[in-house]
Structures are given as structure tokens and as C-alpha cells.
Design a binder for this molecule. Structure first.
Ligand SMILES: NC(=O)c1ccc[n+]([C@@H]2O[C@H](COP(=O)([O-])OP(=O)(O)OC[C@H]3O[C@@H](n4cnc5c(N)ncnc54)[C@H](OP(=O)(O)O)[C@@H]3O)[C@@H](O)[C@H]2O)c1
Length: 283
């Protein structure tokens, strides 16, 4: 039986991917933040569920240890939790919330699971966004975790660019050690995403304006993720690359910058150092 660990599986795209894979006979770990929503999805699927708030790296580390205990094999790690958030206080760890939830928590989770992912020849799939192109143009590795100037849209663009850079660097480091990685844009999907109606993105997603966007259903939004999960890297798709509607697409120039990908990995490793032992996240 194939196994999938899916973050952000309590709602939206992640929930639909969990439902589709479970329907196809996969064993799914439903990972969410809201206990009631997460439990409900897991109960529907007869699956195990896990609660962790990614604004706390200690909760992410505890999650990783529970997953290692419960899943001797992992075929898919779906790094999907996230969103765009109005300005909030720094996380428990002192970092900007969007950067931590959308990128850093997933960096830590992946690194803590690395030996299991390599043994299992797992796929690691990051839910990125086309927003990396429009909103990720000011990405600065030295500033991104604690930005001097904040905008929720730029923070989101940076985080979604980080998802693609992470995918690229994960492939460079571990592609020949069993891990296949991909990032994808799900399309514009009618979910709880961007539910701050005072923001421009919130207005587009959650008012009558959404009719202009030809929004996808959550089921449609999960299509590329489920396709990546069920097909074969090296044959149907290429590790380290970015996908839209099941097709490989060239991401932004910054997203293709190998030096930037390495710099982000090194910075993320330093930020997560209290939770990483010396055998994890090497190079
Ligand atoms: N919708 C779109 O048009 C669109 C477009 C491009 C990319 N994306 C990306 O798609 C992914 C899924 O979003 P969605 O559209 O499905 O939105 P959604 O319905 O709001 O789902 C977001 C998921 O992320 C989880 N999450 C949020 N903050 C968290 C935190 N602090 N700790 C742990 N989990 C947290 C939520 O958990 P709880 O519900 O349990 O709180 C939920 O399961 C995100 O990465 C988003 O950036 C979405």
C-alpha cells in the first residue's frame, strides 16, 4: 500500500488530495492545524491524523518524530500547508509567519524525515504558486526570515519562491539518493485561501470578483498534486522542476538561480539548527 503524508490536509487542496489518494487505496496521514477539521477529514478516510501549528518549529519537530514512528515507508510527502496572512506578530521562533509556515516548517519537516524519504525513494511535492513570479521579485535571503519592510503580498511571493528554490536544491542534494522533488502551481482555487477580505488578494478570492477569476474547485486544484503522486519521476515528470496543469513550466529567473537555492538552504538550515542533528540536512 502506498503512503502519503499531506500537510494542510484539513482543508482545501490538501484535503481533496487526501480524499483522492485515500479513495485510490493509499494510506494517508492527514496533517492539519485545526483539531476539529483535521479529525473530521481523517475520520471520513479512516486515516491517522496529526495536529501541528507550523508557527512553532518545536511542534513541527514533534510531528516529524510521530510520523517516523508511525510510517516505516513514505511514498509521498506533500508540503502543502500555507497561505497568505495579514501581518501578525513573529512566530514563536521569531520569524515572519508566511516564511515559516509556507517554507521553513516544511524545510525542517523534510530534513527530519530525510533518512526515511531516501530509503523509501519518496516524492516530495511542494505547493507553490504563480505568485512567486509577480510577488517574489524582492527576495533577499538575508532579510526574508525577519523582513525590515513587510507586505503580506511580498511575503507570500517570497514564500512561494522559496518553495521552488527548496525543490531545486533538494533535487541537487538528494536526487541521486532516492528522493524526487517537484513544485507546482495549483491554479486559482476556491478554498479558504486569502480570507482576509481587507487585502487585495482577499477581495479577489472572497467577493463577487472571484467570478472573474474562473476559479477551480478544490478537487480540480488538487489535480497536479495527485498526478505527481501517482506517476513516475524520470518518466512522466522531472525531479527538481516546477509544474502547472501537469506540464513542466519555466519558473521565474530567481527561481532558476542555483546559487540562491543553495543560499536559502544554508540559511534555512541555520535557522532550524536547534532542531537538526549533525547528520541531517548536510552539505
Ligand atoms: N487557493 C489558491 O488559489 C492557491 C493558489 C496557489 C497556491 N496555493 C497554495 O495552496 C496551499 C493550500 O492552500 P488552500 O488553497 O488549500 O487553502 P486553505 O483551504 O486555506 O488550506 C490551507 C491549509 O493550510 C493549513 N495551515 C494554515 N496555516 C497553518 C499553520 N500555521 N500551521 C499548520 N497548518 C496551517 C490549514 O490548516 P487548518 O485549516 O487546520 O488551520 C489548511 O489545512 C497553500 O500553500 C497555498 O499557498 C493556493
Amino acid at each position: 500500500m502506498k503512503t502519503a503524508l499531506i500537510t494542510g490536509a484539513s482543508d482545501g487542496i490538501g484535503e481533496q488530495a487526501a480524499r483522492q489518494l485515500a479513495g485510490d487505496g493509499w494510506r494517508v496521514a492527514v496533517i492539519g492545524r485545526n483539531p476539529d477539521k483535521t479529525r473530521k477529514v481523517a475520520q471520513d478516510l479512516g486515516a491517522l491524523y496529526y495536529i501541528a501549528d507550523f508557527s512553532s518549529l518545536s511542534q513541527v519537530a514533534a510531528l516529524a518524530h510521530r510520523l517516523l514512528n508511525d510510517f516505516p515507508r513514505v511514498d509521498l510527502l506533500s508540503l502543502n500547508a500555507g497561505g497568505i496572512f495579514p501581518k501578525q506578530a513573529p512566530t514563536e521562533d521569531g520569524f515572519e509567519l508566511t516564511f515559516q509556515v509556507d517554507h521553513l516548517a516544511h524545510f525542517l519537516l523534510t530534513n527530519l524525515l530525510l533518512p526515511r524519504l531516501m530509503e523509501s525513494r519518496a516524492k516530495v511535492v511542494s505547493t507553490s504558486s504563480i505568485a512567486h513570479k509577480m510577488l517574489g521579485f524582492r527576495f533577499d535571503v538575508s532579510d526574508v526570515a525577519k523582513p525590515r519592510r513587510y507586505s503580506q503580498h511580498l511575503a507570500y511571493g517570497n514564500a512561494k519562491l522559496a518553495n521552488i528554490l527548496f525543490t531545486k536544491e533538494l533535487h541537487r542534494r538528494y536526487g541521486d539518493r532516492g528522493i524526487a522533488s517537484a513544485a507546482y502551481h495549483p491554479g486559482f482555487v476556491a478554498t479558504n485561501f486569502a480570507n482576509d477580505k481587507r487585502s487585495p488578494m482577499g477581495l479577489v478570492y472572497h467577493t463577487a470578483l472571484r467570478k472573474l477569476m474562473r476559479m477551480l474547485s478544490p478537487e480540480e486544484g488538487a489535480d497536479t498534486l495527485v498526478w505527481l503522486a501517482k506517476t513516475t519521476p524520470g518518466q512522466d515528470w522531472q525531479s527538481g522542476q516546477y509544474y502547472v496543469k501537469r506540464k513542466q513550466v519555466r519558473p521565474s529567473k530567481k527561481a532558476r538561480d542555483a546559487d540562491l537555492a543553495k543560499a536559502l538552504w544554508d540559511r534555512s538550515q541555520a535557522l532550524c539548527a536547534p532542531y537538526l542533528t549533525k547528520t541531517e540536512g548536510k552539505e
